[in-house]
Design a protein around this ligand. Structure first.
Ligand code: HEC
Ligand code: HEC
Length: 226
């Protein structure tokens, strides 16, 4: 699972440029992880667990954004940020937007006073409302769908950075997969050996299992059909 997330990270850097602003040079993303993720799941899309200690952060953000009372729409996010900053230090049943049932099952959030400074909270809250948006959720879901739709071989090729040096159609640092597939079209064993041994500029891949080499070969051969 950890591996998959790492991969997704790599994929995401291609598709999304995560520009997150920093307030007072504090990194809201990092602080959120440090200060809040022991209870709130911070994945996007969120993961939920049977015995979770708190609602996932995306749910908190969507919730707070929608329930904050405002007169002017442009005040929605600033107001929501104020709410988060206040709630993290002074949580109470009367302030909570959480429904009574959930409050009962989670228990009231313990005050984070002394564990996080006001400046840090500001950075965290700003980041929360920039990051957990409908738009980003859809973007990440598209990436996930794309990843899930890939063949095993393509996933292995991404994981092992083959595509850093090879493309399917055109030569990059290494020859195109099309050329490679053509060269080895009658000898899969030789193709697998070539991958395992590497070359002058290509690193060896002795760590790959035979099944992985087979999946990779299948992926490379597929380029012949295009
Ligand atoms: C020790 C566990 C714990 C930590 C750490 C924690 N929270 Fe919470 N949080 C909870 C629980 C439990 C709830 C749900 C009950 C409630 O609303 O009080 C909650 C609810 C909230 C809510 C209210 C959501 C609503 O719909 O009313 C906000 C806002 C919030 N957390 C922000 C934060 C931020 C920001 C941090 C990090 C600085 C953080 N929390 C750290 C346990 C935690
Ligand atoms: C650092 C760049 C790099 C990476 C990473 C890389 N390759 Fe290569 N690959 C090359 C180069 C360059 C060649 C040409 C031979 C040489 O100079 O090593 C090559 C050659 C090959 C060949 C043999 C082609 C022939 O003509 O015999 C195969 C098969 C191959 N690569 C597959 C892969 C696969 C599959 C991966 C991932 C598991 C991969 N490569 C990762 C650069 C790379």
């Amino acid at each position: 699972m950890y591996f998959k997330l790492l991969l997704l990270g790599t994929l995401l850097t291609f598709t999304a440029c995560n520009e997150h602003h920093q307030s007072k040079n504090l990194d809201g993303e990092k602080l959120l992880k440090e200060k809040c993720s022991s209870c709130h799941n911070i994945d996007l899309p969120p993961k939920t667990f049977e015995d979770e200690k708190a609602p996932p952060m995306m749910a908190v953000v969507f919730h707070v954004r929608n329930f904050t009372e405002i007169n002017v729409e442009s005040q929605r996010v600033p107001k929501a940020i104020e709410f988060v900053k206040d709630y993290a230090l002074y949580p109470s049943i009367s302030k909570a937007f959480c429904d009574k049932e959930s409050l009962k099952s989670y228990g009231l959030m313990p005050s984070q006073k002394g564990l996080v400074s006001e400046d840090e909270l500001e950075a965290i809250a700003v980041y929360m409302f920039e990051h957990f948006t409908q738009e980003n959720l859809e973007k990440e879901q598209r990436v996930l769908r794309k990843y899930n739709a890939m063949t095993q071989g393509e996933k292995i090729a991404i994981k092992n950075n083959c595509l850093g040096c090879h493309r399917v159609e055109k030569d990059l640092m290494g020859p195109s997969f099309k050329k490679i597939a053509d060269k080895y079209k009658n000898d899969e064993q030789k193709l697998k050996t070539a991958i395992r041994n590497g070359g002058n500029k290509m690193p060896p891949y002795t760590n790959l299992s035979d099944k992985e080499l087979q999946d990779l070969s299948k992926f490379i051969y597929r380029s012949l059909k295009k």
